[in-house]
Write a protein that binds this ligand. Sequence first.
Ligand SMILES: [Zn+2]
Length: 293
Amino acid sequence: MDDQDRIIQGMACDGDFRVIAAQTTVAVETAREILDLSPVAADALGRAMTGSLLLARLLDKDVRNQYVSLRFEGNGPLGTVIADAGVSGGVRGFVANPVPQDPALNVEAAIGNGMLSVVRGTPPAGKPYTSKILLGGKGISTDLTRYLMRSEQIASAVLLGVLNRRDGVAAAGGIVIQAFPHATEEAISAIEQRIKEAPPLSTLVEKLPIEDVVATVLHGVHYKQIDAGYTVPVKYTCSCSRERALAPIALFGESDIREMIEEGGTEVICQFCGRKYAFTPHDLLALTAKHDA
Ligand SMILES: [Zn+2]
């Protein structure tokens, strides 16, 4: 298996369509290991992570540090599902209840009905921009397609897939195909036909490198990958730090902090990467001093 996760870009139908595709198998398997995901949770989060990477690239306007955060708040057994990705290929995720009682659920049922928030920002400049749409119950690909149409006025097709095998995630990836306004009716229907006939994406990703996966899905229409210099490596990475871990504790009331001090300190575990941050009574005393000030 080809084990270098990456994002590639290309053009289809003489520039009528932009194509961005991601192979995310290793990143999703890493998430499964760190977060102890059940197969359905790995499927849901893997799709969300891949979608956030594709959107970060798609919505990039030559800003090198744009990020996209997808937050699914459904009433299904997984609870909140979060995926964060940056334009440079870093991605991380979180699932509130990674092991639902019914292991046979599909992703739609496991997420349920509710809201999808899409946050995008370009730190350190400006405020992040948030859009919310109702989850349509037809899967993450469909929700992201609707988001792109409604909030970004981008006509697109989004394909996402994750393949679980007995020993973990065997394949994960996605493709977003953006139709430019000058795309002809004929080209649009040709692309739609290819998408409709495409085999499940995850089974293609298991067998082929992502370049060949895209070529297989778009067989018969003119497709050309953009210079491989635009290829971005993908990696599961977390931006947590000691300072950020301490910030929520500072919001506790004084009596709660005193209790932690009497217990000999406290520990914060990052919900995205599992890193542990230990705070001594001395660290916590500094917080109460701030309260007093
Ligand atoms: Zn972390």
